[in-house]
Ligand binder design. Structure first.
Ligand SMILES: Nc1ncnc2c1ncn2[C@@H]1O[C@H](COP(=O)(O)OP(=O)(O)O)[C@@H](O)[C@H]1O
Ligand SMILES: O=C(O)C1=C[C@@H](OP(=O)(O)O)[C@@H](O)[C@H](O)C1
Ligand SMILES: [Mg+2]
Length: 169
């Protein structure tokens, strides 16, 4: 249903907990949860890993840009974006005016959470170095699009979710 947009949009690097915390926040608020990574997989009819291998990252980014725009327009619950969505300028401008929370995470915690996960194509090779690069490159962008930053390092998902609930619309 369309309305004022999502009650909260979660951005941040892989392993920040956008999907996990987003689900918990939606459950607490009794609203729907949507994740643009899932939307992209549904539209493409295959996993993100397969999109990267078979079609390439630019195709994934194009699908992601459309998925974010669609979700912002029609979802009124909690919305989690993929970690790289904010690298797109159109997406950044679409996020203006929305309640955006940056879930931050330190490098060690991020590596511990997703360093050995095989579902994230960007982290298959040298996960620690890749996560450091993504964090260094994107932190300024996450900060720019978000009105609030919540550090998740060393914290349980439920604890983070409770804080995010306080920032929802
Ligand atoms: N605060 C947290 N503490 C410990 N592990 C976490 C936390 N948040 C998420 N995780 C775990 O880290 C992994 C990645 O979480 P996920 O929600 O998919 O992150 P994102 O969507 O930001 O990439 C999952 O295995 C999840 O259970
Ligand atoms: O950081 C990125 O560029 C990506 C993050 C992933 O989502 P999560 O941030 O939910 O892991 C997913 O969109 C894809 O693997 C690319
Ligand atoms: Mg996710």
């Amino acid at each position: 249903m369309s309305g004022d947009g999502p009650v909260v949009v979660l951005v941040g690097p892989p392993g920040a907990g956008k999907t996990t915390v987003g689900n918990a926040v939606a459950s607490t608020l009794s609203v729907g949860f949507r994740d643009t990574d899932v939307d992209v997989e549904q539209v493409a009819g295959k996993s993100i890993a397969d999109i990267f291998v078979e079609d390439g990252e630019p195709v994934f980014r194009e699908l992601e840009r459309t998925a974010v725009a669609t979700a912002l327009a029609e979802h009124d619950g909690v919305l989690a974006l993929g970690g790289g969505a904010v690298s797109d300028e159109t997406t950044r401008s679409l996020l203006r005016g929305h309640r955006v929370v940056f879930l931050d995470v330190g490098l060690s915690d991020a590596v511990g959470r997703v360093g050995f996960n095989r579902d994230r194509p960007l982290l298959l090779d040298s996960p620690r170095a890749q996560l450091k690069r993504l964090l260094d490159e994107r932190r300024p962008v996450y900060t720019e699009v978000a009105s609030v930053t919540v550090d998740t390092s060393g914290r349980a998902p439920d604890d983070v979710a409770e804080e995010v609930v306080g920032h929802a619309r």
